[in-house]
Write a protein that binds this ligand. Structure first.
Ligand SMILES: C[S@@+](CC[C@H](N)C(=O)[O-])C[C@H]1O[C@@H](n2cnc3c(N)ncnc32)[C@H](O)[C@@H]1O
Length: 178
C-alpha cells in the first residue's frame, strides 16, 4: 500500500490488517514525525513513512497494489498531475482510492484552511482518472447526517483500477521456450 499525503498516518493504521508492507509519503516533516509516533505506538513495523512530493514520488513506479489519496486533492494546485503520479505508482491491476469532498460552496475553507478547491464532481474525477489510464470501478457519496458549518460536506469515495493484466511468470515461460 502507498498512502499519499499520509499526514498523521491514520489510513496506514486503519488498513494495516490488509497489507503486507506499506509506505506513506508526505511533504511535511512535522506530520511525518506525528505519523512515525502513531505507527510506532500501534506496533506497525511493516510500514515506513518518507518525506516527498506527491508530484514527484520518491517511490518505485509500477510497484503498489493499492494507492490512497485521502483528503489531499483539495490542497493541490494540480490534482490531475497528482492522479497521474498516483497511477504511475500502481502495479498492473492495482487500485487507487480517492476520498475527497463533493463540490460545495464553503468559501471560508479557502481562507481559513488553505483549501485550493471546493470539492470535485464525479465527472471531473472520472476525466482525470481516465486521462491517467485508469478505469473507474465505483464512486459513492457519503452525505452528512447533520447539516451545519463544515459538517454539511459530502465526501466522495472513488475507486479506480489499473487495467493492465499481470501475466505471472511470463518471463520464465518465454525463457524456457528458447
Ligand atoms: C488534510 S491532510 C490529510 C492527511 C491524511 N491523508 C488523512 O486523511 O488523515 C493533507 C496532507 O497532505 C500533505 N500534502 C499536501 N501537499 C502535498 C504534496 N505536494 N506532497 C506531499 N504531501 C502533501 C500535507 O502535508 C498534509 O499532511
Amino acid at each position: 500500500m502507498l498512502d499519499l499525503g499520509t499526514g498523521t498516518g491514520r489510513l496506514l493504521e486503519l488498513f494495516a490488517p490488509l497489507y503486507a508492507r506499506a509506505v506513506g509519503v508526505d511533504m511535511s516533516r512535522d506530520m511525518l514525525a506525528v505519523a512515525r509516533a502513531n505507527l510506532d505506538r500501534a506496533g506497525l513495523s511493516r510500514v515506513q513513512v518518507r518525506q516527498g512530493d506527491i508530484f514527484l514520488l520518491p517511490t518505485q513506479a509500477g510497484h503498489f497494489d493499492f494507492v490512497t489519496l485521502h483528503q489531499v486533492l483539495h490542497y493541490l494546485d494540480d490534482p490531475a498531475a497528482a492522479i497521474r503520479e498516483a497511477a504511475r505508482a500502481l502495479a498492473p491491476g492495482g487500485r487507487l482510492l480517492i476520498a475527497d469532498f463533493a463540490p460545495h460552496e464553503l468559501e471560508f475553507l479557502r481562507e481559513e484552511h488553505n483549501h485550493l478547491r471546493l470539492g470535485f464532481s464525479h465527472a471531473q474525477l472520472a476525466e482525470w482518472l481516465q486521462a491517467a489510464g485508469l478505469e473507474v470501478d465505483r464512486m459513492i457519496d457519503l452525505k452528512p447526517e447533520t447539516a451545519s458549518g463544515a459538517q454539511k460536506l459530502t465526501v466522495t469515495l472513488c475507486m479506480a483500477r489499473d487495467p493492465r493484466m499481470l501475466i505471472a511468470g511470463s518471463e520464465q515461460l518465454s525463457g524456457s521456450q528458447s
